[in-house]
Design a protein around this ligand. Structure first.
Ligand code: ADP
Ligand code: MG
Length: 447
């Protein structure tokens, strides 16, 4: 395994890894690592920042262990040095006139190497928003502007935003692109005010060709920042510069000024839905395979049935399963999976209160009907059942007056609610499938 010239084995590791990750991943995370020195006991590597170190260990610890010396714990023996930050470009080095400041103000756009279009799994719930994102990336400023992507937590909004960033970096090298979280935009402003460089900062943002903004909901209740953002927004849009925004809710539900909301509705507002069962299975298969871990179809289906409103949660479950099967060297079976998932859900259920919206979402997913249908009047058998289950869960889980709860189902009366509750309470005594469906929704409810 290890010969004395660890320098060579490090090179072998690099060669090996290169065949195992995408070129973007390699460029971003592996290439910046510098081999410094080695003894038979330990290798010293220099990394540009702690994230690269974490990334390396998180993803390649086992592989590293095959190439490098080991600690007595069996972990690869690596000493990490964090590289001293590079000196910012001196004033005199800046040749280009218009864009001299941005280079120093804005660090390289940091993109998660795994958030690419290629690794984004499509299904009916996210196909539209993905193709809008691809369209924008292919011809920024020329199709939908702004593109506003909204949807629940952990459904891939940030993933798509970074994918646009990767695509632009690769295919439109000359464009000035910046990806920011709303928080980092605010921090930038605060810093700029403190350093009296606010004009510089404004110029930087207004000179961009593409601005990608994650989580705009954090602009709510930040009045001064909202105004600055709105000005930047208008300056860019007026020059046909592309803006893409993600948010956890549609523009109309944001507590922002009318002016701001109207601006966000100018272009295309696209909803990122919850992936359906097949898509979730595909995601589980892909995510586990990329971790070098094979989850049998049956288990993947079982997981996909139980975790349905958040892809991040699916990843959490895969990580737990991976860790478990590595530690225990057991064959995965449904029982183990069930235990691990129920541990996970127990942790989640201690959070916040349940809302009617959360229940509707859960019921809609499990019964494969629309929320609007549940709230509507249809007497179609499946819809009526879904509606009754939702009412049952609302009465069970929400501590509010029955009248109020009933009203939130599209203005039903409280006797309808009680009737539904009674019907389902009886049905789950005798109907196993229904009981399991109800339990599944209960455990998954988005509070
Ligand atoms: P959001 O920003 O909507 O809260 P993220 O983009 O952070 O969600 O996604 C959460 C995790 O789920 C990420 O690791 C992302 O890669 C993954 N993910 C979400 N949707 C998909 C998808 N359709 N295909 C592959 N991975 C996905
Ligand atoms: Mg996000």
């Amino acid at each position: 395994m290890l010969d004395t010239s660890t320098d060579t084995t490090w090179c072998q590791f690099i060669e090996f890894i290169q065949t195992r990750c995408s070129s973007a991943e390699f460029e971003n995370w592996i290439a910046p690592i510098q081999f410094m020195s080695a003894t038979p006991e330990e290798v010293t590597l220099e990394v540009p920042n702690i994230f690269v170190q974490e990334y390396l260990l998180e993803n390649f610890k086992e592989t590293l262990a095959h190439f490098l010396p080991l600690k007595h714990t069996g972990e690869p023996a690596i000493r990490f040095l964090i590289a001293a930050p590079k000196r910012e470009m001196a004033e005199t080095d800046a040749v280009e006139e218009v864009v001299d400041e941005p280079r120093t103000l804005a660090p390289e756009m940091k993109l998660n190497p795994l958030y690419t279009f290629d690794l984004f799994i499509e299904g009916p719930a996210n196909q539209f928003v993905k193709s809008a994102a691809v369209g924008v990336a292919a011809s920024p400023g020329k199709s939908y502007n702004p593109l506003f992507i909204h949807g629940g937590v952990g459904l891939g909004k940030t993933h798509l935003l970074h994918s646009i960033g990767h695509y632009l970096r690769e295919h439109h090298k000359n464009l000035r692109v910046q990806l920011i979280t709303t928080e980092s935009f605010i921090i930038d402003i605060v810093d700029a005010l403190r350093n009296k460089s606010i004009d510089k900062m404004k110029r930087f943002y207004r000179n961009l060709d593409v601005l990608l903004v994650d989580d705009i909901q954090f602009l709510q209740n930040r009045l001064n920042f909202e105004e600055e953002f709105c000005n930047t927004f208008e300056a860019l849009i007026n020059q046909n510069k592309q803006i893409v925004i993600t948010c956890d809710k549609p523009p109309g539900q944001l507590k922002l000024s009318e002016r701001m909301v109207a601006r966000m509705e100018w272009g295309l507002v696209a909803h990122m839905g919850v992936p359906d069962l097949e898509t979730r299975v595909a995601i589980i298969k892909q995510k586990s395979e990329s971790r070098g871990f094979n989850i049998p179809n049956q288990i993947a289906f079982f997981m996909a049935e139980h975790i349905y409103n958040n892809v991040r949660q699916i990843e959490g479950a895969i990580n737990r399963l991976c860790a478990h099967s590595r530690l225990m060297a057991e064959e995965l079976n449904q029982e183990i999976v069930e235990r691990i998932l129920s541990e996970m859900f127990q942790m989640n259920s201690s959070r916040g209160k349940v809302s009617v919206e959360g229940i509707l979402k859960g019921v809609a997913t499990v019964f494969e009907v629309r929320i609007s249908e549940i709230k509507g009047e249809s007497r179609h058998k499946e819809i009526a059942l879904a509606r009754q289950v939702a009412m049952y869960l609302a009465k069970e889980l929400i501590d509010d007056s029955l009248m109020k709860i009933a009203a939130s189902f599209g203005g039903k009366t409280h006797s309808t609610l009680i009737h539904a509750w009674k019907k389902i309470a009886d049905a789950i005594q005798v109907n196993d499938t229904l009981r399991r469906q109800v339990q599944m929704i209960k455990r998954n409810i988005d509070s």
